[in-house]
Ligand binder design. Structure first.
Ligand SMILES: *[C@@H]1O[C@H](CO)[C@@H](O)[C@H](O)[C@H]1NC(C)=O
Ligand SMILES: *[C@@H]1O[C@H](CO)[C@@H](O)[C@H](O)[C@H]1NC(C)=O
Length: 309
């Protein structure tokens, strides 16, 4: 039996249930109105039947527009590939009729209808799934064209693999000021994901040397960004470069000075120890008369020195 003829049979089932209820009491289908799905991951459309404990489920259908994705009818389960009950060992006494989508794609975005028929009555609910996909970190390409008196070339920023349609925006790196005279293009690939691209013409009179391109998702949240440093533009770039080097030299110099101070101190200490040890040996040996004890303590001191290093 195909899905269409099962649909017709279903109508009769539902009608007969409504006419002659076997049990008393009511049922209601409670669903999550807005479900979120990530591209390439599993998605869950959550629905649960509120019903007295001894209720049996006769029919469950999950549809998207006019397409039937899953239909359970009196023991007979049919489903399209990629859809199943979320409960792995679902049976007619399990009121959790949530739908699981195994590999979420852009086409899964939209409205779904869940309908249930039990031996206590029927109910149906319409819910939605919002699919999102993260945009890639933007790439920025520099093109020396067009080279006129006013321009230094063009930057092209690209980011793809996102959904729904997002936005690219350019900023001056230093003051984070928005540059808003750059048009954006959005192309949708076969999979439904968006490819965004935006061109920025570099003005020769602008003294900025770093440009940031940020990608924003459909709800306005910043997802990723990339920065282009225009090192070849004469003045601003040069000062920027020197400033970057400064902190490093500031760190290296003290390290060298302190390091040589420590080395010098250690050397001085070693020489001093050696001399005092020799002095001690000469002065105490005749009195104590026991050489071995002294040798032993010398070795221990040596150990301490090595450890201290
Ligand atoms: C229904 O089952 C799914 C999958 O096992 C689970 O994630 C969800 O929380 C369940 N919902 C309820 C209301 O029990
Ligand atoms: C948009 O990005 C923000 C910040 O990264 C994030 O919190 C939010 O969930 C994203 N929204 C969508 C629809 O992807």
């Amino acid at each position: 039996m195909n899905m269409a003829s099962m649909d017709i049979l279903l109508m009769f089932t539902v009608m007969s249930i409504s006419v002659g209820n076997a049990k008393t009491g009511f049922i209601s289908l409670k669903c999550e109105a807005e479900n979120l799905g990530q591209y390439g991951q599993q998605s869950l459309l959550k629905c649960f039947i509120n019903a007295p404990e001894d209720t049996d489920i006769l029919v469950v259908t999950w549809k998207k527009a006019s397409r039937t994705l899953l239909i359970f009818n009196r023991g007979d389960l049919k489903k399209e590939q990629g859809y199943s009950f979320a409960e792995p060992s679902w049976n007619i006494t399990n009121m959790n009729v949530s739908l699981l989508i195994t590999n979420t794609a852009v086409e899964h975005d939209g409205r779904y209808e869940c309908m249930v028929a039990t031996d206590r009555g029927v109910d149906n609910v319409i819910i939605s799934l919002k699919v999102t996909a993260k945009y890639s970190k933007p790439t920025i390409l520099f093109n020396p064209e067009p080279k006129t008196q006013d321009t230094d070339g063009t930057l092209t920023c690209e980011s793809d693999g996102g959904y729904p349609k997002g936005e690219l925006r350019w900023f001056h790196e230093r003051n984070r000021e928005l540059i808003d005279d750059s048009p954006m293009e959005a192309k949708q690939t076969e999979s439904g994901l968006f490819q965004l691209s935006s061109k920025l013409v570099l003005g020769r009179r602008s003294n900025a040397s770093e440009y940031t391109c940020s990608v924003f998702n459909a709800s306005g949240g910043k997802e990723e960004e990339a920065t282009f440093k225009a090192l070849n533009t004469p003045k601003p770039a040069e000062t920027g470069f020197r400033k970057e080097l400064d902190p490093a030299t500031k760190i290296v110099a003290p390290v060298v000075v302190i390091g040589s101070l420590i080395a010098g101190l250690l050397l001085a200490l070693l020489i001093y120890r050696k001399r005092s040890r020799q002095a001690r040996r000469y002065s105490t040996t005749p009195l104590m008369g026991d050489h071995r004890e002294f040798l032993k303590s010398d070795v221990e001191e040596g150990k301490v020195m090595i450890n201290a290093k």
